[in-house]
Structure formats: structure tokens, C-alpha cells
Design a protein around this ligand. Structure first.
Ligand code: DX5
Ligand code: ZN
Length: 220
């Protein structure tokens, strides 16, 4: 089943609780929370205190996308703050430290994911297959909302799907960046089943119609 995950990066941060409730009512399956440190990506967004507040405001599943250097330093704090799933970038630290980060999140009873930047090949997920619940494939360079979908990521989605089917069936495949009603059919046909959408949901006045359009155009 396809899941739609609005990214709060495109929400109005002054009224984040209301924005979250709005997309929940509009049919969102989970909430995608983008954490940026100004080092791993050239932008700063939000951190632990915001996730703590969000946790009090909603029961929605919080999918936390850590775009930070050496996430092992902060994983436990994000878990304690209320993340339900923690995504770490494979480029953000050594394999050993990332495996430690994943272990720390699992020890807190959380789900885990590994994320690939556009230039990182599909094979980079291999050390983590079977350990994580989800693979997140970036379909734009991480850092900003509202960028155009990179069509040349479609072969990578297919390659990750083949690896998942062979080695860790049932692992979710999430895509992030430039996802809307027109790109949803492409990524889902390639194998993605969790679709992050920032501007295509929060940027629209009618969020229910926006989520419906993505879901209806998705394949599967
Ligand atoms: C980008 C973030 C995305 C971003 C997507 O670095 O990881 O989650 O919010 O925004 P759209 O859907 O507008 O491309
Ligand atoms: Zn994201």
C-alpha cells in the first residue's frame, strides 16, 4: 500500500500543531520531519525541541529525516523526543558509526531507515539491508523543499527495489524530493511505496485534494 508523508519543511512553523492536524485530517499516513544542521546540508531547519512539541501535539507517526553529520551523537535524543522512525544518511558517518546509530534507535524500540543522496549508488544500502525498516532515496539534493524531481533517480529506485526483494523483502522504499501527482506514478512504478511531499501538500490550499491526487496517481 502506498503511504503519503507530508514534509513539514514546507509548513508554517509558527502554527506547526495546526498544520500537522490539517494534513492528518486530509489523509496523510505519516509526518516527515526534516532535521538539518547547516553542515551535512547547506541549510538549518529544526531540532529536538520541535520534535518534543510535535510529539505532544499529534499521535501521527513521526518519520525523522536526519540531515546531520555523525547522527550517532543525537539519535537517542531524537528517539526520546518522540521520533517513531529515524533515518540516517549513509554519507554522514562511517559504516561502523551508522550501525551503532541504528542499534541505538532499535534499542529505544524505534524503526530505522538509511538514506541515499542522489550521487550515492544503490549498492550503498547493502550493509544495512535486513537491519533497517526503510530505505529513503533522495530524488533531489537534500537541503531545500520545492526543487524539481531528478528523473535520473528512477533506475536507482528500481535497483534498490531489486536488492530489497532479493535480500530484505518487506523493507519500505521511500522517496523524497519533487514528489507530486505527476511524479508519483513514476516512483511507484519503479518500486517506491512511501512518498514524501512537501510543497505538493503544504503548498496547496486544499491539502486533502493534494494528497488524494498523489495517491490516485500512484501505482500499486
Ligand atoms: C529536502 C527534504 C525534503 C523536502 C521535500 O532536503 O528532505 O523532505 O521537504 O520538499 P518537496 O516535496 O517540496 O521537494
Ligand atoms: Zn526529507
Amino acid at each position: 500500500m502506498i503511504k503519503v508523508a507530508p514534509s513539514i519543511l514546507s509548513a508554517d512553523f509558527a502554527v506547526l500543531g495546526a498544520e500537522t492536524e490539517d494534513v492528518r485530517r486530509a489523509g496523510a499516513d505519516l509526518l516527515h520531519v526534516d532535521v538539518m544542521d547547516g553542515m551535512f546540508v547547506p541549510n538549518i531547519s529544526l531540532g529536538v525541541p520541535v520534535i518534543k512539541s510535535l510529539r505532544k501535539a499529534t499521535e501521527m507517526f513521526l518519520d525523522v529525516h536526519l540531515m546531520i553529520e555523525q547522527p550517532v551523537r543525537y539519535v537517542e535524543e531524537f528517539c526520546k523526543a518522540g521520533a517513531d522512525l529515524v533515518n540516517v544518511h549513509v554519507e554522514s558517518d562511517s559504516e561502523e558509526n551508522l550501525l551503532r546509530a541504528i542499534g541505538l534507535a532499535k534499542a529505544q524500540g524505534k524503526k530505522t531507515g538509511v538514506t541515499l543522496k542522489p550521487k550515492t549508488p544503490a549498492e550503498a544500502v547493502k550493509p544495512y539491508l535486513g537491519l533497517v525498516d526503510l530505505i529513503l532515496i533522495m530524488t533531489v539534493e537534500p537541503g531545500f523543499g520545492g526543487q524539481s524531481f531528478m528523473h535520473d533517480m528512477l533506475p536507482k529506485i528500481r535497483a534498490v527495489k531489486a536488492l530489497v526483494d532479493a535480500c530484505a523483502p518487506g523493507t519500505d522504499i521511500e522517496v523524497d524530493g519533487g514528489i507530486d501527482a505527476s511524479t508519483a506514478p513514476l516512483v511507484t512504478a519503479a518500486g517506491a511505496n512511501v512518498l514524501v511531499a512537501g510543497s505538493a501538500v503544504f503548498g496547496k490550499a486544499d491539502r486533502a485534494a493534494a494528497i488524494r491526487a498523489i495517491r490516485e496517481n500512484a501505482v500499486g
